[in-house]
Design a protein around this ligand. Structure first.
Ligand code: CUA
Length: 144
């Protein structure tokens, strides 16, 4: 029974992985070459862009050890569509106190939408151990 259960488990996992195109989670369905990140749209002009009434797209590049840009400022109530990639190793992007929690895998674009209803400063940080400067990898969302 144990062996049978293992075979079924591996078969289900394998079939699901192939049928879901082996994509990592977090909506990472856009492929990008890590070595060409800064020459590839939209990451050739990272930053915050207004795309609607109090709605923004934040295009961010993560690298060892930081984010470009590392500060974005939005009005209270803003909805921010994050699209983030890594140009070197696996990093993280987490905003404590919100539901934003992304793994940034080189070669993929992580996407998430977060609305900021309260004014204040929100730390975002790397929560994937990425090397000797990992603890210094952070930035801020300033909500005014
Ligand atoms: Cu980047 Cu830890």
């Amino acid at each position: 029974i144990g062996t049978g259960a293992l075979v079924v488990f591996l078969a289900v996992t394998g079939i699901m992985a192939v049928s879901m195109c082996l994509n990592p989670p977090n909506g990472m369905n856009m492929a990008i070459k890590p070595e060409n990140v800064e020459a590839t749209a939209p990451f050739n002009s990272p930053g915050l862009k207004k795309i609607g009434p109090n709605e923004y797209r934040a295009t961010i590049i993560s690298y060892t050890f930081g984010y470009k840009p590392n500060t974005i400022t939005v009005p209270k109530g803003a909805t921010v569509h994050f699209q983030i990639t890594s140009k070197d190793v696996v990093h993280g992007f987490m905003i404590p106190g919100t539901t934003t929690n992304l793994m940034l895998i080189p070669g993929h674009v992580a996407e998430y939408t977060q609305t900021f209803n309260e004014p204040g400063e929100f730390l975002f940080l790397c929560h994937e151990y990425c090397g000797i400067g990992h603890q210094a990898m952070y930035g801020r969302v300033i909500v005014k």
